[in-house]
Design a protein around this ligand. Structure first.
Ligand code: HEC
Length: 154
């Protein structure tokens, strides 16, 4: 095998990967976000993605899997606990979708983070039969905070 040819392929593959990464970054809502704003956007997106299999289980589109449910519920509890530190004072700079109400009504915001944790704890205890209601309560906890504290730009 020709070494020069192999190195060329490796460089091209690297470039393709870089370009793909840049394009997906440009297309996302995180564009231009830095520091803690970027961090919390990523944490929220990851939370949503990681809960997708749980949603599918709750809707009967995927067989019940106690292990996946447990792992995703624990992840949600973990993120809920980090919400206060992901929204430090003064971090309402563009392109954030966080409303000023987060800081104007900090106790109310913290309550919503607690509600999320409670809903995730219920999810953690749910069996197959209890999952649909527990998942609906979790979605409600997400929505309820977004309604008051997030200005959706999509
Ligand atoms: C305590 C309030 C609160 C709770 C609870 C909450 N969120 Fe959020 N979420 C926010 C705020 C505020 C933003 C906007 C953050 C920003 O743009 O700086 C946000 C943004 C998002 C985003 C967009 C992230 C991006 O890429 O810009 C997604 C997706 C999301 N949340 C999903 C969820 C899901 C799923 C749940 C429930 C499992 C949830 N959130 C629970 C407050 C909350």
């Amino acid at each position: 095998m020709n070494r020069g040819w192999l190195a060329g392929v490796a460089v091209l593959a690297g470039l393709a990967w870089l370009v793909a990464g840049l394009m997906s970054e440009g297309a996302s809502a995180h564009k231009g976000a830095t520091g803690v704003v970027k961090l919390r956007m990523k944490a929220m997106s990851k939370l949503e993605k990681r809960l997708r299999p749980v949603r599918d289980m709750a809707r009967g589109k995927r067989p019940f899997d106690a292990e996946v449910l447990r792992e995703r519920a624990l992840h949600t509890i973990d993120v809920a606990g980090k919400i206060p530190s992901l929204f430090p004072k003064g971090s309402n700079r563009p392109p954030t979708e966080a409303k000023p109400e987060v800081w104007k009504d900090w106790p109310g915001f913290l309550q919503k983070a607690d509600d999320l944790e409670m809903a995730a704890r219920r999810l953690l205890r749910a069996d197959d039969a209890a999952l649909p209601a527990a998942y609906a309560a979790l979605e409600k906890a997400c929505r309820s905070c977004h309604e008051s504290y997030r200005a959706e730009k999509e």
